[in-house]
Design a protein around this ligand. Structure first.
Ligand SMILES: [Zn+2]
Length: 383
């Protein structure tokens, strides 16, 4: 583990520093975050914890100060969760023919260990049929497994027998939010939270990795690139910038909820939160969740988006769909920005770094940078 981590940290150091806002450095981070060594940044093979270690090193190499306390451990905010892992690639046969895990079918994330053969009409009760496989994180164990199968992978009408073998383990795991900051020069006591969740689904057994390039290595890479920008001596921000890579978003916004309950800085001094998730697309613009309640800001951001050539800046009402939610729910201006267009992979084995478009990277980066730079003249009044 350590040796592998050392290898990609080396590539990180070589690449730094780069000029400009192209996606070259961001792609390197995405590539590292999606490497087999980080195991889909989930709970099999400690992928989430390895990703946290990688990110703290990245924060330190960039020059961010630790957020939670002093020293190297100060980048981490640990907490734990109960999580179910599928420990071996599940086996599923229909009428004696094996289907491919991840490609043809997924097993329910809350499946228990189970080996069984079922014949006749009863077989269908264990099966669901779909045109798109979408996996998730399980936090409990059901009494029996369920299998979701792609319609094109097997004939749903001619199922005579099903047999399977699943190995799963429900256990408590430690995870860590990773946080760093840059002190502001004009308003050092006021802070802007820039966040992105780094966890993903991990593996549905060894080798069946869900790598989450779009969800959300892309957002983490943009966040790191913003940190890199503001750490240049001539780019010191007006406000203190707090960067947090959240753990366990896919398990139910657990990292951001823990952060919201254990804030390292007074919430009353937070100017706003900008949460980045699903940043790999952009040809159809962006949507900003919770901006709907901030009509003046939305108008200002639409103008800013037009200046940078974004196809659209859409509003959406608040929803518990990413890590802005815990602070938005406390009534603070917390927004979640995602890109539109270009990516169809979602919570499946096809969300890969090789096919991540980053199609409007420069435009989106400069839009976010100017949003942060203009924070003093934007309106965060809620209506
Ligand atoms: Zn997700």
């Amino acid at each position: 583990m350590i040796r592998r981590l050392g290898l990609f940290l080396f590539s990180f150091l070589l690449a730094f520093p780069l000029k400009g806002q192209d996606s070259v450095q961001a792609r390197k981070w995405v590539h590292d975050l999606c490497s087999d060594a980080l195991a889909g940044r989930g709970y099999l093979r400690n992928g989430s914890e390895k990703a946290a270690t990688y990110l703290a090193e990245a924060f330190r190499n960039l020059g961010l100060s630790p957020l939670f306390s002093s020293g190297k451990a100060g980048y981490f905010q640990p907490f734990s969760l109960e999580v179910n892992t599928i420990t071996k690639a599940p086996q599923l046969q229909i009428n004696g023919r094996s289907l491919q895990p991840g490609k043809d079918f997924i097993v329910s994330a809350s499946s228990p260990s189970s080996s069984q053969k079922v014949t006749g009409a009863e077989a269908q009760q264990y099966l669901k049929w779909t045109d798109k496989l979408t996996w998730t994180v399980g936090r409990k164990q059901d009494s029996e497994p369920r299998f979701t199968i792609l319609r094109k992978a097997a004939d749903s009408a001619s199922v005579a027998s099903v047999n399977w073998r699943v190995r799963a383990k429900l256990q408590k795991q430690q995870v860590r939010n990773v946080g760093g900051l840059i002190r502001g020069k004009k308003y050092p006591d006021k802070w802007i939270l820039i966040s992105a969740h780094y966890d993903h689904l991990g593996g549905m057994g060894e080798g069946i990795w869900f790598k989450g390039a779009h969800d959300n290595a892309s957002g983490v890479a943009v966040m790191l690139d913003l940190a890199r920008h503001y750490l240049q001596p001539n780019h010191q921000p007006d406000y203190t910038l707090v960067f947090v890579a959240f753990a366990a978003e896919e398990a139910g916004l657990l990292g951001s909820s823990h952060f919201a309950d254990h804030l390292p800085l007074p919430l009353i001094d937070m100017h706003f939160q900008l949460n980045l998730d699903l940043l790999g697309g952009g040809s159809q613009g962006v949507t900003i969740v919770n901006s709907y309640r901030y009509p003046v800001l939305l108008k200002q951001l639409k103008q800013l988006g037009a200046q940078h050539g974004l196809a659209a800046v859409n509003a959406r009402d608040n929803a518990p769909n990413s890590d802005h939610f815990p602070l938005a729910q406390k009534g603070f201006p917390a927004f979640f920005l995602y890109t539109l267009g270009d990516v169809t992979a979602y919570h499946d084995v096809d969300d890969l770094p090789e096919t991540l478009p980053f199609s409007r990277y420069s435009a989106i980066f400069s839009f976010l940078r100017d949003w942060i730079n203009q924070a003093a003249i934007l309106s965060f009044r809620k209506e």
